[in-house]
Design a protein around this ligand. Structure first.
Ligand code: FES
Length: 113
């Protein structure tokens, strides 16, 4: 599912995206940002929430369509593993995708972008 992020909010503002249970566990929801492009908001098995640019550092694959395992997501194109907390590719692969702040407050997911 895709959400649009308001461009009226000042840079760095926390914006409510959705309820936590509207993000599939071990999956992601895409937030469309005029400033940053598509941002994938991931939910882990333990309800951790992380946000990364929806673009793999390898060849730009859509990380939001990958499988979340632990605190990593596997890119659907060539199976690179990307750390959700840092956006870094796991060795031996190298590269990094941009991360954004995300948090859950009272069951609502907020994104800082
Ligand atoms: S584009 Fe993600 S692993 Fe190649």
């Amino acid at each position: 599912m895709t959400e649009a992020l308001s461009t009226a909010a000042p840079l760095g503002t926390m914006t409510r995206i959705c309820r936590l249970d509207e993000i599939p566990r071990l999956g992601a929801r895409v937030v469309r940002s005029a400033r940053h492009g598509d941002i994938a908001v991931f939910r882990t098995a333990t309800d951790g929430v992380f946000a990364l640019h929806d673009k793999c550092p390898h060849k730009g694959g859509p990380l939001s369509q990958g499988i979340v395992h632990g605190n990593k997501v596997t890119c659907p194109l060539h199976n690179w593993n990307i750390e959700l907390q840092t956006g870094n590719a796991m060795a031996p692969d190298q590269g990094c995708t941009r991360g954004f702040g995300a948090r859950v407050i009272d069951g609502d997911v907020f994104l800082q972008a």
